[in-house]
Design a protein around this ligand. Structure first.
Ligand SMILES: CC(C)(COP(=O)(O)OP(=O)(O)OC[C@H]1O[C@@H](n2cnc3c(N)ncnc32)[C@H](O)[C@@H]1OP(=O)(O)O)[C@@H](O)C(=O)NCCC(=O)NCCS
Length: 135
C-alpha cells in the first residue's frame, strides 16, 4: 500500500493455481483488495503483467482495469502493461481517451529510453544522468 499520489495498492504478484483458475478466485482476491482500498480511503489499485500474457490482460480488462502504462526493465527484453483500477470517482481516470493518451506517452517514453534488449538508449542515458544529478 502506498499513500503517495492519493494512495494506492500495487498488486505485485497475482496468481491462482491452474487447478483453481476461472472459478472466481482471482475476482474474489480483487474484491478483497477493493474493500481494503475503500477502508483506507485509497484512490486506485494498480498492477502489471507481461505484454504476452493475453489471459491476464483479458482478466484485468474484465475486472474493470484500464491499461495506463507500458514498461520495461534494465537488461531484460521483458515488457509489461501497467493497469489501473479507479476506486474513487475521477473525471480523468474514468475517461477512456485520457487513459489512452497516458498510455501513449508511457509507451513513447519506454521505447525512447530503452532498446529491445533492455539497454539504455542515448536518450535513456541522458535522462538517467540528469535524474542522478537531482536525486
Ligand atoms: C490471471 C488470473 C490471476 C485470473 O484468476 P482466476 O481466478 O483464474 O480468474 P477469475 O475466475 O476471477 O476470472 C474472471 C474472468 O476473467 C477472465 N479470464 C480469467 N482467466 C482467463 C483466461 N485464461 N483466458 C481468458 N479470460 C480469462 C474471464 O473473463 C473470466 O470470467 P469467465 O470465466 O466467466 O469467462 C489467473 O488466471 C492466474 O493466476 N494466471 C497465471 C498468473 C498470471 O498471469 N498472473 C498475472 C500476472 S502478475
Amino acid at each position: 500500500m502506498c499513500r503517495w499520489w492519493g494512495g494506492y495498492i500495487y498488486g505485485q504478484y497475482l496468481a491462482v493455481s491452474p487447478i483453481a483458475q476461472r472459478v472466481g478466485v482471482g475476482k474474489m482476491l480483487l474484491e478483497k483488495g477493493v474493500e481494503i482500498a475503500k477502508e483506507n480511503n485509497l484512490t486506485y489499485i494498480s498492477g502489471d503483467t507481461s505484454q504476452y500474457a493475453t489471459w491476464s490482460i483479458k482478466w484485468h480488462k474484465r475486472m474493470g482495469y484500464k491499461i495506463v502504462g507500458y514498461d520495461s526493465f534494465y537488461k531484460t527484453d521483458y515488457y509489461s502493461y501497467i493497469f489501473r483500477l479507479q476506486i474513487k470517482p475521477s473525471i480523468l481516470w474514468n475517461n477512456a481517451l485520457f487513459c489512452k493518451i497516458v498510455f501513449l506517452f508511457s509507451y513513447i517514453k519506454t521505447k525512447a529510453m530503452m532498446t529491445n534488449k533492455g539497454e539504455l538508449t542515448f536518450f535513456g542515458r541522458l535522462v538517467s544522468r540528469i535524474y542522478r544529478l537531482f536525486r
